[in-house]
Design a protein around this ligand. Structure first.
Ligand code: NDP
Ligand code: 8X3
Length: 251
């Protein structure tokens, strides 16, 4: 029987690239996101390589998470790989000027959504004594940068929760890998800047950013490691980025 991977936030960017790559690695896929048409298109694209179950829901709502993931059909229950990828940044302003709605969306998605999904999926992995959880952290979870306030805090929470999961899953043979990228060119900046295309494009000007596929390569590498080896924590940057704020840009 093929292995099963569940990837949250597979409608674009990093999650979509991971879904494509894990299909090539021989996994059947549960893919999630709020945009039904994008999920359906990906499911169709991958249908020759993998069985795909697209599930449309908002990870901010516990009832939706439980309804969609809490009672999966028998053939989809035994999830081998969970990729907690869905997340966002919204806004880049000083705290005193921040939009409360942006804060709620980031905390509810990046922290509470990840918790809801993990709380639903981890018990099965623990009972089977088998599984691998990937959490998409960020360099923003390792450093704090100017005006990054709530996004940085939410990714610091992911960093801490990844350590907790690793300790609490230790007796049950469940691996936990946190991946912390620098700049990856996806829909991320469009979302952060509320659809301001020019501001989003500027983020990636003058250097070669990472692509979703680069992160997918890392996931593929990790899932193919021997059973006794786990990469716990990966910080990955474009070569032209030294830390959250320092880029070598040629404009
Ligand atoms: P994208 O905006 O391209 O993708 C984000 C994904 O998350 C989409 O599929 C979106 O689906 C999903 N998502 C967002 N909110 C929700 C929600 N409430 N419920 C369900 N799904 C949701 O960004 P990236 O691919 O770049 O981001 C993926 C992850 O990587 C995030 O956690 C991000 O913080 C992290 N990251 C990104 C970096 C970057 O530079 N791009 C760097 C470091 C970390 P939909 O809108 O259809 O619901
Ligand atoms: C995304 C990378 O530096 O914009 O997490 O926070 S950064």
């Amino acid at each position: 029987m093929k292995k099963i991977a569940l990837i949250t936030g597979a409608t674009s960017g990093i999650g979509q690239a991971i879904a494509r790559r894990l299909a090539k690695e021989g996994y059947d896929l549960i893919i999630t996101g709020r945009r039904a048409e994008k999920l359906e298109a990906l499911a169709k694209e991958l249908s020759a390589e993998a069985k795909v179950l697209p599930l449309v829901f908002d990870i901010r709502h516990l009832d939706e998470v439980q309804k969609n993931l809490g009672n999966l059909p028998e053939e989809w229950k035994n999830i081998d790989v969970l990729v907690n990828n869905a997340g966002l940044a919204a806004g880049l302003e000083p705290l005193q000027e921040g939009l409360i709605d942006d804060w709620e969306r980031m905390i509810d998605t990046n922290v509470k959504g990840l918790l809801y999904v993990s709380r639903t999926i981890l018990p099965g992995m623990i009972a089977r004594k088998k599984g691998h959880v990937f959490n998409l952290g960020s360099i923003a979870g390792k450093e704090t940068y100017l005006n990054g306030n709530v996004y940085c805090a939410s990714k610091h929470a992911v960093d801490s929760l990844s350590r907790s999961m690793r300790m609490e899953c230790l007796p049950y043979n469940v691996k936990v890998t946190q991946i912390c990228p620098g700049a990856v060119e996806t829909e991320f900046s469009m979302v952060r800047f509320h659809g301001d295309q020019q501001r989003a494009d500027n983020v990636y000007k003058g250097f070669t950013p990472l692509k979703g596929e680069d992160i997918a390569d890392l996931v593929a590498y990790c899932v193919n490691l021997p059973a006794h080896v786990c990469l716990n924590d990966i910080v990955v940057m474009p070569t032209a980025q030294a830390n959250s704020g320092l880029f070598h840009k040629v404009l």
